[in-house]
Design a protein around this ligand. Structure first.
Ligand code: FE2
Length: 229
């Protein structure tokens, strides 16, 4: 795992397609306070990210912001030692997962080959919900650096949240720009895709990070979107 700088205050760890590890985001204020974006897909993934920060002598995060409920972004919440922040729609999904029986966890494990790659046994999976829940949006003042969590209607899931750092023109988008993996051929709902595109078009940004892809500048982001209409 590597940490790469995106903008003055933002970094990301590389994703790993072999285990479905998404990128994790890292936001560091000038005064030395930090926030992480997404928890990771397993305690191992989360611990590797923490070790990376420690090895680089970077301040450890004070908060963890969740982009959406999917397991590869949230199953490491059980390892996060700081408050975890999620929108109310994400929290509903996380509570449902937290209430999974051992049988439910086993079913999930059997159906997800990437979870099998990440966890030696389903018994090591411990879903957990968030600590701080917001409706629609929340703005965090990270020692003077504005960090905005904004729920967005989009094609990937019903709870997508953009993590937006206006000063840097940075959007941590989670998987929000992707299609719906629960639909055949990972379909894009055209109505939701149009709404989503209108939302990001109205935002001032110069760097856009999808959790499983390389970062894009504004022009590249819209070229990419056009191909999906
Ligand atoms: Fe996802």
């Amino acid at each position: 795992m590597e940490l790469k700088q995106l903008t003055k205050h933002c970094w990301y760890s590389n994703s790993d397609p072999t285990s479905d590890c998404p990128s994790l985001g890292y936001i560091l204020s000038d005064a030395g306070s930090s926030i992480m974006v997404d928890a990771g897909n397993s305690p191992k993934h989360h611990d590797e990210f923490m070790d990376l920060l420690k090895n680089l002598s970077l301040p450890l995060p004070r908060l963890c912001l969740i982009t959406h409920w999917h397991w590869d972004h949230t199953l490491a919440i059980c390892s996060v030692e700081v408050p975890v922040v999620a929108c109310d729609k994400t929290q509903s999904h996380l509570i449902e997962m937290e209430n999974w029986s051992q049988e439910d966890i086993k079913k999930f494990y059997i159906s997800e080959e990437y979870a099998q790659a990440e966890y030696p046994s389903h018994e090591l999976i411990h879903p957990k919900s968030a600590d701080i829940v917001f409706h629609d949006h929340i703005e965090i003042n990270l020692d003077g650096l504005r960090v905005i969590c904004q729920f967005v209607e989009g094609p990937h899931s019903d709870d997508s949240t953009l993590i937006y750092i206006p000063e840097d023109g940075m959007i941590f988008a989670g998987d929000s720009s992707a299609g719906d993996f629960s639909k055949p051929n990972i379909a894009y709902d055209p109505f939701l895709l149009k709404k989503y595109t209108d939302t990001i078009t109205s935002m001032e940004f110069s760097c856009f990070l999808h959790s499983h892809r390389e970062p894009l500048n504004r022009e590249e982001t819209f070229l990419f979107r056009k191909r999906q209409f």
